[in-house]
Design a protein around this ligand. Structure first.
Ligand code: HXC
Length: 514
C-alpha cells in the first residue's frame, strides 16, 4: 500500500512539475506566470480540485512516445472564486507549447459538460501554440468538440476567456465563442494566420503585435473586450467580472450589500447637459454620478467609443448600462457601436441583468462607407437585441433621441418598461436644420428674407420637439424627471420590475441580423 501511495505521489509530483524548470524559468522571464501559478492566483486558497492530472497522450508518431507529460499541457478542474464555484482550465505552455491535443479536448470538454449541468461559470486560460501538429486530424476534431460545447454553454453559464500567451489559427474560435475575451498586453496575441503566412500570401508586412496584439483587438477589431497589463491583472479582472454575473441563466447576479446612499441626489446632473446643443459632455461622468459609487466596469471600452456598454450597480444590484457618448462622433450610432450595443444587450438578457439605456444620439451616422459596409444590417442588430430582451428595460433620454436612434435605443416599442426623460430631451424625426431644408426648400427659395424664414421655422420646430413634453403627451415618455433625482427614480423603477416575467413566442430561434 505504501509503495502504491508513493507511486501516486510521484506521478502527482511529475504533474506539478509541468514542462520542467528551464521552461518555467523562460515563462517567468517573459513576465508570465505558469498555468498552476495562474490558477493559484485566481482561485480561493485550497479550493482547487483537479481532474485529469494524470492523463497523457497515446500518440507515438514523430517522437511523441518519449514526450509524455501527466496532464498533457492543460490543467482542468473546479474551485471557488470569492466562495462561488467556477470551472477552470489552464493551458500550460511549458508542456509541448500548450499545444492542443485530443487529451486536452477530452479534459476541457468534460469540464464544460459538468459546468453546464451544474450551472457553473467557466474560466479558460489560453496559452497555446495551437493544434498539436503531431496529432493531425485528431487535434482538429478535438477543437471541434470544444467549439461545440462553447456554443451549447453560450447563454447557459458565463464563459470567460483569458488570453495569456499565443492563441493562433482556428484556436481563436473557442475564445471568440465565449462571452468575454481578456488579453494581456505584450504577451498575448490572437490571429487566424500569422505574419509569415500573410507576408507570403498577400505581401503585407505586419508585426505579431500589430496583427493580433491586445490593443489591436480591444480598440479596432473588437474581438477582445478587455486589455490588461499583466497576468495578475487578467485574473483579477475575471474575478471582478464574475461579481456582476449570476452563476447561470436561471439565477440572478449576487447583490452586494448596498454601500452607497440610495437617495443620493446629484446637483451636478442638473448642469451636466450644456445649454448649447452643439457642445458635448461626458456621458461616462453622468453614469458615474447615477450608479453606486465606483461600480462601473466598462466592457469593450476602447472599441466604438461613441457608445458605452458597462456593468454597474444600483443599490447593490447588478445592472447593464448602455449609453451614447456625445464626446465621440456626437454619440451617433454606427456599425461598430451597433455591434457593441447589440452584443451587450443580449449578454445582459441572457444573464438576467436589467438594461438601463441613457440616450443622447443624433441618429445613425451618415456616410457612403457606412452604407456600403452594411449599416442597415448592423443597425438592425440594436433593434433586434432590445426587442428580444425580456429583462427589465429602463431608459433615460438626456438630450437627443433623433430619428431611428430614438426607436432603436430602447424606445417603448422595443418593449422598454419605463421611459424617463430629462427636461433637456429632444425627441424628433430629424434635427431642426435638416427638417427645415426638407420641408421649406421651395418656400425658402421664394422668401423675401430666407435667413429670417429659416430661423423662424427652426425656432418653432425646436419649441415643439426639442423638449420631452410632446413625447410625454403621447405616452412615449412615462415621466419627465429632474436630472438630480435620476438615481432614486431608477432604483425605485427596478424595485417594481424585479419580478417582471415576460414570455416569448416559442420558436426554434430567430434570425438575428448578423
Ligand atoms: C506541437 C508545438 C506547437 C504545435 C508549439 N509547439 N506549437 N508542438 N504543435 N502547434 C512546441 C514547439 O515545438 C516547442 O517544442 C514548444 O512547443 C515551444 O514552442 P517554441 O516554438 O519553442 O516557443 P516560442 O519560440 O515561444 O514560440 C511560440 C509560438 C510557436 C509562436 C506559439 O511555437 C508557434 O508559432 N507555434 C505554432 C503556431 C501556429 O501556427 N499554430 C496554429 C496551428 S493550426 P520543443 O520541444 O521544441 O521545445 C491550428 C488550427 C486549429 O491551430 C484549427 C481548429 C479548427
Amino acid at each position: 500500500m505504501t509503495d502504491r501511495l508513493a507511486g501516486l505521489r510521484a506521478k502527482r509530483e511529475q504533474a506539478l512539475a509541468g514542462g520542467g524548470k528551464a521552461r518555467i524559468e523562460a515563462q517567468h522571464a517573459r513576465g508570465q506566470l505558469t498555468a498552476r501559478e495562474r490558477l493559484s492566483v485566481l482561485l480561493d486558497e485550497g479550493s482547487f480540485q483537479e481532474f485529469g492530472a494524470l492523463a497523457t497522450h497515446q500518440n507515438t508518431d514523430f517522437g511523441m512516445a518519449e514526450k509524455r507529460f501527466p496532464g498533457d499541457g492543460v490543467i482542468t478542474g473546479f474551485g471557488t472564486v470569492n466562495g462561488r464555484r467556477v470551472a477552470v482550465y489552464a493551458q500550460d505552455f511549458t508542456v509541448l507549447g500548450g499545444s492542443f491535443s485530443e487529451v486536452q479536448s477530452h479534459k476541457i470538454s468534460r469540464i464544460l459538460d459538468l459546468a453546464m449541468e451544474a450551472g457553473i461559470p467557466v474560466i479558460g486560460l489560453n496559452d497555446s501554440g495551437g493544434a498539436r501538429v503531431q496529432e493531425g486530424i485528431r487535434s482538429l476534431a478535438a477543437y471541434g468538440e470544444v467549439f461545440f460545447r462553447n456554443v451549447r454553454a453560450s447563454g447557459v453559464v458565463p464563459q470567460i476567456s483569458l488570453i495569456m500567451g499565443p492563441c493562433a489559427g482556428g484556436a481563436v474560435y473557442s475564445p471568440a465563442l465565449t462571452d468575454f475575451v481578456v488579453m494581456v498586453a505584450g504577451t498575448s496575441n490572437m490571429f487566424l494566420t500569422g505574419p509569415e503566412i500573410i507576408r507570403s500570401v498577400t505581401g503585407e508586412d505586419v508585426s505579431t503585435e500589430d496583427l493580433g496584439g491586445a490593443w489591436l483587438h480591444t480598440s479596432r477589431s473588437g474581438v477582445a473586450h478587455f486589455e490588461v497589463e499583466t497576468d495578475q491583472a487578467a485574473l483579477s479582472l475575471a474575478k471582478l467580472l464574475l461579481s456582476y454575473l449570476p452563476q447561470n441563466n436561471a439565477e440572478d447576479a449576487p447583490r452586494l450589500a448596498a454601500y452607497d446612499d440610495t437617495f443620493r441626489v446629484e446637483d451636478e446632473l442638473d448642469r451636466i447637459v450644456p445649454e448649447d446643443d452643439d457642445l458635448p459632455y461626458d456621458m461616462r461622468r453622468l453614469l458615474d454620478l447615477v450608479v453606486d459609487r465606483d461600480s462601473i466596469l466598462e466592457v469593450s471600452e476602447a472599441y466604438a467609443r461613441n457608445a458605452i456598454t458597462a456593468f454597474g450597480r444600483l443599490d447593490g444590484h447588478s445592472v447593464g448600462l448602455v449609453a451614447n457618448q456625445p464626446l465621440q462622433l456626437s454619440g451617433a450610432l454606427d456599425i461598430d457601436s451597433s455591434d457593441k450595443i447589440a452584443r451587450f444587450v443580449r449578454l445582459c438578457d441572457a444573464y438576467n441583468l436589467p438594461v438601463i439605456t441613457f440616450v443622447d444620439c443624433p441618429g445613425y451616422l451618415p456616410g457612403v462607407d457606412q452604407e456600403y459596409s452594411g449599416v442597415i444590417r448592423h443597425g438592425a442588430k440594436v433593434i433586434y437585441a432590445y426587442a428580444q430582451a425580456t429583462v427589465p428595460k429602463l431608459s433615460v433620454v438626456t438630450r437627443k433621441a433623433i430619428g431611428g436612434s430614438y426607436v432603436a435605443m430602447s424606445s417603448k416599442q422595443m418593449g422598454n418598461d419605463i421611459a424617463f426623460a430629462w427636461p433637456t430631451a429632444q425627441i424628433a424625426v430629424m434635427g431642426a436644420e435638416g427638417a427645415s431644408r426638407l420641408l421649406n426648400r421651395r418656400a425658402l427659395a421664394e422668401a423675401a428674407d430666407p435667413v429670417a424664414a429659416q430661423a423662424a421655422f427652426i425656432a418653432e420646430y425646436k419649441e415643439k420637439f426639442f423638449n420631452p413634453y410632446h413625447a410625454a403627451d403621447v405616452g412615449q415618455i412615462d415621466e419627465v424627471i429632474e436630472p438630480r433625482e435620476t438615481r432614486i427614480r431608477l432604483i425605485r423603477a427596478l424595485e417594481v420590475l424585479r419580478t417582471k416575467v415576460q414570455t416569448s413566442i416559442a420558436k426554434k430561434h430567430g434570425l438575428f441580423p448578423v
